[in-house]
Design a protein around this ligand. Structure first.
Ligand code: F0G
Length: 350
C-alpha cells in the first residue's frame, strides 16, 4: 500500500473529514544510528538522528501543517497566515497551494535563509517582509488573524502541535520504546512540547514503557527561556531559532521540568562546529538551527552528563540546502583550475 501521509496513518489522533485532508505525504522520516559523531566525540551513548529535513518541504513543520491546513479546509477557510523565520512559511505556502487556498506569510526582512524565501514565493504565497524581527511579525499576524475567514498556522494553533507529535510516535515504533533522552533545538518552543505530548500519549496507551527526558537548546544570543527574560534583539547564526519571546514559552518550561530534562543554550561557534561535524562524519546536511541539538549533546557529554549506554535521539529539524550560504562560508573555496588532468592532479590530495 502506498504510504498515505500522517493524517491517514494516525487517523485516531488526527481526526478530520476525509474530503478535507491536505497532504504532501509528509512524515515517516528515517531514524539513523549515528556512528560518526559517536566516534568523533567519544560519546558514551547510543545516538539516533531523526531526519526531519526529509519531509516534503524540508523541515518538521510539514507534520503540523498537514493537520492545521486540513482543519482549516474542513472549517471552510479560504486563507491562512503565519509569521516565520522561514520554515513555517515554506510549509504553509506549500500546503495552501495543495489545498487551493491563499497563504500570507510575514517574515523578518533579510533574516531568513534564501532557500526558505524561495519556497514561499514559488508556492504562490503573498510574502511580506517586515522591518523587524520574528516576534514583531508574530504580533502582527496574531492581530490580523482575529478577523473572520483567516486562520493562523503558527504553533499557537493547537492543530500544529497535534500533527507534530507524530514524530514521537514514529520514534517509539522504530526503537520499540521511547529513548532515555530527546535532544532538540528550541525556537518558538512548540516542537519540544509536541514531542513530549506524543511520547506521553504512547506511554499512557502502553505503547512505550518510558518517557524521555526532554533536553532543549536555544542559541546563546536568542535564549529567553534560559535567561528568563524577553530578548528584544535576538541574534544568532541559526536564523530559524532567532526568537526572543517564544509563543510556547511556559508549556516548554513545564515539559522540560516534568520530563526531568532542561532547556540550555549553546554558542554560535558550538552550533557551527556541530553543523560541520554531522555533515562530515555522518553525511547528513542539516541547517544550522538543527545542529543546536547536536551542539548541546556534545556540550553535555563533555561535562560528563551521561553515565554510559543511554539511548539518545536528536532531531535534525531542517535540511541544510535551505541555507547553503552558511555551508559555503564555512568551507574551503573550490580550486579553480584549467580543464586538464595535470592541473587537477596538481591540487589533488587523498
Ligand atoms: N529548527 C528549525 C529548522 C526551525 O525552523 C525551527 C522553528 C526550530 C528548529 C524551532 O522549533 O519553534 O517549535 O521551537 N522555526 C519556526 C519557523 C519558528 O517560523 O519556521 P520550535
Amino acid at each position: 500500500m502506498l504510504y498515505p501521509g500522517l493524517i491517514r496513518q494516525y487517523r485516531t489522533y488526527l481526526p478530520v473529514a476525509e474530503e478535507a485532508v491536505v497532504t504532501l505525504h509528509e512524515g515517516r522520516t528515517p531514524l539513523f544510528e549515528s556512528k560518526g559523531l559517536v566516534k568523533k566525540f567519544n560519546l558514551p551513548i547510543q545516538l539516533y538522528l531523526k531526519l526531519e529535513g526529509l519531509n516534503p518541504t524540508g523541515s518538521f513543520k510539514d507534520r503540523g501543517m498537514t493537520y492545521a491546513v486540513s482543519k482549516a479546509v474542513e472549517m471552510g477557510t479560504k486563507a491562512i497566515i503565519c509569521a516565520s523565520t522561514g520554515n513555517t512559511s515554506a510549509s504553509a505556502a506549500a500546503y495552501a497551494a495543495r489545498a487551493g487556498i491563499a497563504a500570507m506569510v510575514v517574515v523578518p526582512e533579510g533574516k531568513i535563509a534564501l532557500g526558505k524565501l524561495s519556497q514561499a514565493q514559488i508556492h504562490g504565497a503573498q510574502v511580506f517582509q517586515v522591518k523587524g524581527n520574528f516576534d514583531e511579525a508574530l504580533a502582527v499576524v496574531k492581530k490580523i488573524s482575529e478577523q473572520d475567514g483567516i486562520i493562523l498556522v503558527n504553533s499557537i494553533n493547537p492543530h500544529r502541535l497535534l500533527g507534530q507529535q507524530t514524530a514521537a510516535f514514529e520514534i517509539v515504533e522504530d526503537l520499540g520504546d521511547a529513548p532515555d533522552y530527546h535532544f532538540i533545538p528550541v525556537g518558538n518552543a512548540g516542537n519540544i512540547v509536541a514531542y513530549y505530548r506524543g511520547y506521553t500519549r504512547y506511554f499512557e496507551e502502553g505503547k512505550a514503557k518510558q518517557k524521555p527526558k526532554m533536553c532543549g537548546f536555544q542559541a546563546a544570543g536568542s535564549a529567553p527561556i534560559v535567561l528568563n527574560k524577553i530578548i528584544e534583539h535576538p541574534e544568532t547564526v541559526a536564523s530559524a531559532i532567532r526568537i526572543g519571546n517564544p509563543a510556547n514559552w511556559q508549556p516548554a518550561k513545564e515539559v522540560a521540568k516534568e520530563s526531568g530534562g532542561f532547556i540550555d543554550k549553546v554558542e554560535d561557534e558550538e552550533i557551527l562546529a556541530a553543523y560541520e561535524a554531522v555533515a562530515q562524519v555522518d553525511g547528513f546536511f542539516c541547517e544550522p538551527a538543527s545542529a543546536a541539538s547536536i551542539a548541546g549533546l556534545i556540550k553535555k557529554a563533555k561535562e560528563g552528563f551521561f553515565k554510559g549506554g543511554e539511548k539518545v535521539v536528536c532531531t535534525l529539524t531542517g535540511h541544510g540546502l535551505k541555507d547553503p550560504d552558511q555551508a559555503i562560508a564555512l568551507s574551503p573555496k573550490p580550486h579553480v583550475v584549467e580543464a586538464r588532468v595535470e592541473a587537477v592532479l596538481e591540487k589533488l590530495k587523498w
